[in-house]
Design a binder for this molecule. Structure first.
Ligand SMILES: *Cc1c(COP(=O)(O)O)cnc(C)c1O
Length: 463
């Protein structure tokens, strides 16, 4: 298996190179040259298998021989061994046709652990084989940072520089990053929004000399390996509900479009998925694009589901590439127009294909709180605000058969919103009970790329 850039200007790379590269050198995102497809019999053989075995089977064609099967199997087993539920991603039934898939049983209580615990191990494995080191530079709206840091803290081959927008993550999210005092972890509290953080990271990657000097690498959802690892839980859940002999729908709380893109990949692999429903909070650029065919920038407003407070969904480009018939030049032109004017109108045929593949809806702040309250009243379950956004949208969806909502965070990550909705403050699991007592470490920085580059050079160059 080789990987192409969505902008069509770089040579095809193997999985291990794509893992380390993150963003392609032409500014595009890597996508597999072809989509592997499993037959119904192959899917059926994975039913009732442990999560790590499904992970091995789903990832093997994407890894494409770049990592030996025995190593991949061991890494997959190890990655999920410490998750705090034996099913790893258990399903819970909310009503006759609505389920949640709990993706918060990893070390930092959000779905990003499901990919990053695996990706961190893949990094160590590939870097050890090459005798190399990398500097991971990332931006986080709240949950990528903790999960990325947890995935590589203490690694001798990786430094991680993580930018978060100062004051715009929840306190739990911030502490999950800043209380990790391992010498290879460098937290930056940036004076700006998440999009400023993301732009700064892109600017550092765009400086090829800087990128090569420090072996920059990414764990944002632009990293293909992350998307690949996220395909696993869609397969695992669908199989548990009767796939491939019954179709299920998924509703995914969406920010950067990485998680729902993995569901789309599962569908391209032959998993019978009826509808894919994109749920956003009031920062609804993706929902608007799907519903209207016009992708138009608006400002970002802070919400109680902050991990979806984004203005531009970086992974959307991977879908645009597919819609454009995998034409890199056309994709690059569309993205360039959007970047230049803040707006892109999809030609009618492309919009029709988009709307055919995806449903969408947005959920405001009051409805988010009301949904948390109503689910608790009806079922006794406490859901976090991101999950609530998707439950609200799923309840209004048109699908036949079961809808599975991706429950992307533990409610205790967002205690203020959950307490406001239910009157009860959710508690952190025992292994994080002393989080508020741990010392923090972070560096405040202005939104200034030159200064950020100096910071990276000083921190990593000192080694
Ligand atoms: C990151 C995150 C999202 C958004 O996921 P994308 O892959 O960026 O669309 C939703 N909910 C939670 C809790 C998250 O951490």
């Amino acid at each position: 298996m080789r990987y192409l850039s969505t902008r069509g200007e770089t040579a095809a790379l193997a999985f291990d190179d794509v893992l380390l590269a993150g963003l392609a050198r032409d500014g595009g995102l890597y996508v597999p040259e072809t989509w592997p497809r499993f037959s119904a019999a192959e899917w059926r053989a994975l039913r009732d298998r442990p999560y790590h075995e499904v992970a091995f089977a789903v990832l093997k064609p994407y890894v494409g021989g770049a990592i030996a099967d025995a190593d991949l199997a061991r890494i997959a087993k190890d990655a999920y061994a410490a998750f705090d539920h034996p099913a790893v991603a258990p399903l819970k039934q909310l009503d006759a046709a609505l389920w949640t898939m709990e993706l918060f049983h990893g070390p930092t209580l959000a779905f990003k652990d499901y990919a990053l615990q695996l990706v961190g191990r893949l990094f160590d494995h590939v870097l050890a084989a090459r005798g190399a080191r990398v500097t991971i530079v990332g931006a986080t709206s709240g949950d990528t940072g903790p999960a990325g840091i947890a995935a590589v803290a203490g690694s001798k081959r990786v430094d991680i520089v993580m930018l978060h927008p100062r004051g715009r993550t929840s306190e739990v999210q911030r502490r999950q990053m800043t209380t990790v005092l391992a010498p290879n972890v460098h937290n930056v509290a940036l004076d700006g929004t998440f999009d400023d953080c993301q732009d700064a990271v892109k600017a550092m990657f765009g400086d090829l000399e800087f990128r090569d000097r420090w072996n920059l690498s990414a764990v944002n959802s632009i990293n293909w390996a992350r998307v690949a690892a996220q395909i696993v839980y869609y397969a695992h859940a669908a199989l548990a509900l009767g796939a491939p002999d019954r179709a299920v729908s998924f509703c995914v709380p969406t920010g950067n479009f990485g998680n729902v893109l993995a569901a789309d990949a599962a569908r391209r692999m032959g998993l019978p998925i009826d509808r894919l429903i994109v749920a956003t909070n009031r920062n609804d650029i993706v929902a608007r694009t799907i519903l209207t065919g016009t992708m138009a920038l608006e400002g970002v407003a802070p919400t109680i589901s902050p991990s979806m407070d984004i203005q531009v969904s970086s992974n959307f480009e991977r879908l645009v590439f597919e819609l454009a018939g995998r034409d890199g030049r056309a994709t690059a032109a569309m993205m360039a127009e959007f970047r230049k004017t803040g707006k892109f109108v999809f030609p009618q045929g492309l919009h029709a294909a988009l709307a055919e593949g995806f449903d969408a809806g947005a959920c405001g702040e009051d409805d988010t709180l009301a949904t948390i309250a109503s689910i608790r009243k009806a079922t006794g379950e406490t859901i976090d605000p991101h999950t609530a956004v998707a439950v609200h949208v799923a309840r209004r969806a048109k699908s036949q058969g079961p809808i599975v909502v991706a429950s992307t965070a533990h409610p205790a990550k967002f205690p203020d919103a959950v307490e406001k909705a239910t009157g009860v403050r959710p508690r952190l699991p025992g292994f994080l009970a002393d989080l508020y007592d741990r010392p923090e470490r972070a560096t405040d920085m202005p939104n200034d790329v030159a200064k950020l580059k100096e910071f990276v050079a000083a921190r990593v160059g000192a080694k």
